[in-house]
Design a protein. Structure first.
Lengths: 294, 272
């Protein structure tokens, strides 16, 4: 063997070593996620297949299909998630469009109104809506005093309150990626469309809108997935009338100490989330989904 | 005004007048986004049992209630302690992981990256009951250590994403240049790379702090005993009745968040 060969082998070994050393730097984070999340969730997966008698059984899953109360919970969860996502799109898309048309300086100012709630504690925002929407709350007081309606309307402890709170909390997750996508659209495209004779409406729907769909898709998906597992806002603003999967999981543990039932629900929730994210990842890059526009 | 309404607002010659509905709509929505939280602040200074706006008589009654309650004070100290510790643990671990993932060329990178992001994708309720089970076995249920570890895994994906995207726009050749001039890798990282991704690191710290400070669901399960968190106590109080003390606490929480953001702006001012 020549010395050049030896040298090359040495370099290769060094490179391999360095790769592994770098991997070692990431290991504390990986280890922590493994011990605190992956292994316990794996155990929950196992528990969900254990029946009351301690043997393997599918009873936890059968119950989900057989009992009406369970199917109702899944329907509610999907209803709330779909409605929230739809409302976020209807409200968030025009707002993002508005901001994308402003000069950067003004747009950044408007962006603060989106970021401020984003940073504020979820619990504080949920509480704020509870205060505003309750029977003697600000909204009812104000509406009655100017004669919009006579009797205090019930806005909280039902579906309406839950949706208002959830839309408020989810809006930034939709607006930020949509706004990011819109900002990166070259404005000359619209000029060109207009020049070629397209009406403003046609130019918007055939040029601008399709170019903004990656952001819209990523944002809607994020909102939907987050809604599926949501707990705090429906628990407080739903007042026990809107029961979502995550709330059933909590009550299964806290009230009934039924780990099997809770785990099975959790597994179904997780599998649904993974399937949705997997389908989405075939259309989008993972970075786009998590990084959003910002 | 009439001139402005008839002037073109976009490349397609739509006038501002035709877009007026959009401006009004956007104004209303932006107000609704910010207002609810802001309204709570004056309400917290009311003297009344019932939350009113504007308050008829002003007082610090609910603040006194909060500061004089041992229970609330203990919860606040626990929450702050856990949030600071989470920030101090999650940031270095996450930055190291982001750096390793960025610099390493191992084929398992993508898999590792996905695993580091799982805490973002797994429904938080599931993480909570999983941690609850694990902590009973590890005997760290209701401890500060347990809370910090669980909140750290929530914060890691945030740190990895923020730092990772900063590293992507950073030219690694600068670090390689330092190393070829004889600096060991850690020194090249500390003196060349780190100062340039400073803003991302400070943002990561802020995000980790807030992720922990605002967290409710995990804290519901694994905090308690001597160490309940502020959010856990708040959530329980919310379920029972609308106690105006919560308005005072909310105001303080908003204040802490704002303070953190200002600090991050001051210390992290950079290109980004």
């Amino acid at each position: 063997m020549t010395s050049a060969h030896l040298h090359a082998a040495g370099l290769r070994r060094d490179e391999r070593m360095e790769r592994w050393r770098l991997f070692g730097l990431g290991s504390p984070a990986l280890l922590l996620v493994l011990v605190i999340l992956v292994i316990p969730v794996g155990w929950l997966f196992y528990v969900s297949f254990i029946g009351a008698d301690g043997n393997f059984s599918l009873e936890n899953y059968e119950r989900m299909i057989a009992r009406k109360s369970y199917s109702r919970i899944f329907i509610t969860t999907f209803q709330v998630s779909l409605l929230t996502t739809a409302l976020c799109i209807v409200i968030g898309y025009p707002l993002a469009y508005f901001m994308s048309q402003l000069p950067t300086k003004w747009a950044n100012l408007c962006l603060i109104t989106v970021l401020l709630p984003f940073w504020t504690s979820l619990l504080v925002r949920t509480y704020a809506w509870l205060v505003l929407l309750q029977k003697q709350g600000l909204v009812n007081q104000w509406a009655i005093s100017i004669g919009l309606w006579d009797e205090p309307l019930k806005f909280v402890h039902n579906m309406t309150g839950t949706l208002i709170g959830m839309v408020h909390i989810m809006l930034p997750f939709l607006i930020l990626p949509v706004y990011g996508a819109m900002r990166s659209i070259d404005r000359d495209y619209m000029k060109a469309a207009s020049n070629l004779g397209a009406s403003p409406r046609r130019a918007f729907w055939t040029v601008f809108f399709p170019l903004s769909t990656p952001g819209l898709f990523a944002g809607s998906l994020m909102v939907f997935v987050l809604c599926l597992g949501f707990f705090v806002t429906p628990a407080v603003l739903g007042g026990g009338r809107v029961i979502m999967v995550s709330m059933k999981i909590v009550s299964n543990i806290e009230l009934f100490v039924n780990w099997g039932a809770a785990s099975a629900l959790g597994v179904v929730l997780l599998v649904l989330t993974v399937i949705i994210l997997w389908i989405a990842s075939r259309f989008l890059k993972l970075e786009q989904m998590t990084g959003g526009g910002h | 005004m009439a001139n402005w309404l008839n002037s073109p607002a976009s490349e397609t010659q739509v006038t501002h007048g035709q877009r007026l509905w959009l401006y009004v709509f956007a104004g209303v929505i932006m107000t609704l986004l910010v207002l609810p939280t802001l309204v709570v602040i004056p309400m917290s200074f009311s003297d009344s049992q019932y939350l009113e706006f504007p308050p008829e008589t002003w007082s610090l009654r609910w603040y006194r209630n909060y500061f004089e309650s041992d229970e609330w004070m203990r919860a606040t100290v626990t929450s702050l302690k856990v949030a600071v510790l989470t920030m101090l643990v999650a940031t270095p671990i996450g930055v190291l992981a982001a750096y390793a993932l960025h610099a390493s060329k191992l084929p398992y990178i993508r898999a590792a990256f996905v695993m580091l992001l799982t805490p973002m994708m797994v429904p938080v309720v599931l993480i909570a009951i999983g941690a609850f089970y694990a902590y009973v076995k590890l005997q760290i249920l209701y401890t500060i250590t347990g809370l910090v570890l669980a909140h750290t895994i929530l914060a890691i994906p945030l740190v990895v994403i923020v730092t990772g995207s900063a590293l992507k726009s950073y030219d690694m050749n600068q670090e390689n240049a330092a190393r070829s001039l004889g600096a060991p890798r850690w020194m090249a990282f500390l003196t060349i790379t780190l100062p340039q991704i400073r803003f991302a690191v400070v943002t990561s710290m802020l995000l980790s702090f807030l992720a922990s400070f605002d967290e409710v669901v995990i804290a519901m399960f694994i905090s308690g005993g001597d160490n309940p968190t502020l959010t856990r106590n708040m959530f329980n109080a919310l379920r029972d009745q609308i106690d105006p003390t919560i308005a005072a606490i909310s105001t303080i929480m908003v204040l802490i968040t704002t303070l953190m953001m200002i600090l991050a702006q001051l210390f992290g001012r950079g290109k980004s």
